[in-house]
Design a protein around this ligand. Structure first.
Ligand code: ACO
Length: 331
């Protein structure tokens, strides 16, 4: 078995900022409610002036990750894109990113695991690298969530933003056995499928002229129920990867979790007995960007020097499905 490392990171967020004050003018909400209940102050959106789609955001984040890794597009052997908002139902966003970046022929796939998609992608990439199948795998979480958000539903429209984050998972050079991806854990339970879903637009309930403007084409979420499950399952997943790596939570330098709600993140830190200074938060500026949130936060933390070579990082996520998972890695 080979050792898999995170060799480079990158991210991209659109320039357009949607603030809580903007949302106060759109639905019955307040800056005070949004900040207190979620921690979000503003989020980025791909509006009409930046019509690059998810594939455009993913390509920019991926190009930055390749540059950080010191690799060329031709070095990439597989592209895994985690997204619930692909540009098209067919072909995959991975094929569009391959073309945009000028990557040669490669394994190209999208995966759907909602907010946990990036964690799933990293676990899959790690398996590819560990088994010797590929040396360099590009993993990108990208979401154009505002394209499926109902701006008449205050329960959800205050939460979501757009963006992309990417990493290159590579085979470690010899003698690097103590670094890289140390352990992963993936799980999920379809009994909760109705808590977070988009009722229309799939093959079972296609969009028709009659329903095309109804709320069912947007995200529906039962936030309260998900909140309870998220706190428990994210905690369990985190404890599991730490134990699997033969470590204790005191060995973790930084938690870089999915940014869904500041209160969920605080509860996770508390359960793991990790003080707030060791929990990375950027939800105040980006909101919930689903599968993009962990790699955006990781790249930010790296570029700001909050984590660096040798740092032990725990990333854990939870999302629609419901699906959840965690990854522990040394940079
Ligand atoms: N402004 C003002 N009031 C609001 C707003 C708003 N934007 N949204 C809801 N409220 C109201 C509700 O109507 C409710 O009023 P009521 O008591 O009169 O009915 C009250 O505030 C409390 O509502 P709750 O839903 O109980 O609020 P809660 O404290 O649970 O916060 C939130 C809601 C932020 C959605 C939270 O439950 C949450 O973050 N849940 C987890 C989300 C998550 O992790 N999702 C998974 C990842 S997302 C993905 O996979 C794409």
């Amino acid at each position: 078995m080979y050792n898999a490392i995170i060799k480079g990171t990158g991210h991209f967020t659109p320039e357009h900022v949607l603030t809580n004050a903007d949302l106060e003018r759109m639905v019955d909400t307040s800056d005070e409610w949004i900040v207190t209940r979620t921690g979000i102050r503003e989020r980025r959106t791909l509006n009409g002036t930046e019509n690059i789609g998810g594939s455009g955001m993913a390509s920019r984040a991926s190009a930055a990750a390749l540059e950080d890794a010191g690799l060329e597009p031709k070095d990439v052997e597989a592209i895994i894109i985690a997204t619930v908002t692909p540009d098209f139902r067919l072909p995959s966003t991975a094929t569009l990113v391959q073309q945009n970046l000028g990557v040669g022929r490669a394994a190209l796939m999208d995966i759907v695991a909602a907010c946990t998609g990036f964690i799933y992608g990293v676990a899959i990439a790690r398996s590819f690298v560990m088994t010797g199948m590929y040396k360099n795998v590009l993993v990108c979480g990208v979401e154009h969530l505002t394209s499926i958000t109902n701006y008449e539903d205050r329960n959800t429209c205050v939460l979501f933003g757009d963006g992309a984050g990417a990493v290159v998972v590579s085979r470690a050079i010899e003698g690097n056995g103590n670094s890289g991806i140390l352990s992963t854990y993936l799980s999920g339970d379809g009994q909760y499928k109705d808590l977070l879903h988009i009722p229309l637009g799939g093959s079972r309930n296609p969009l028709t002229p009659e329903n095309a403007n109804s709320a069912g084409r947007h995200i529906y979420m039962d936030g309260r129920e998900i909140f309870k499950l998220a706190v428990k399952e994210m905690g369990d997943a985190a404890e599991r990867v730490i134990a699997d790596a033969g470590m204790k939570s005191s060995d973790v330098d930084m938690i870089i979790p999915h940014q869904a709600n500041n209160r969920i993140i605080q509860a996770l830190g508390k359960r793991l007995k990790i003080e707030p200074e060791r929990v990375y938060i950027n939800i105040d500026r980006f909101g919930n960007t689903s599968s993009a949130s962990v790699p955006i936060a990781l790249d930010e933390a790296k570029r700001n020097g909050i984590v660096g070579e040798g740092s032990v990082v725990l990333s854990v996520a939870f999302g629609g499905g419901l699906v959840w998972g965690a990854v522990l890695y040394r940079l």
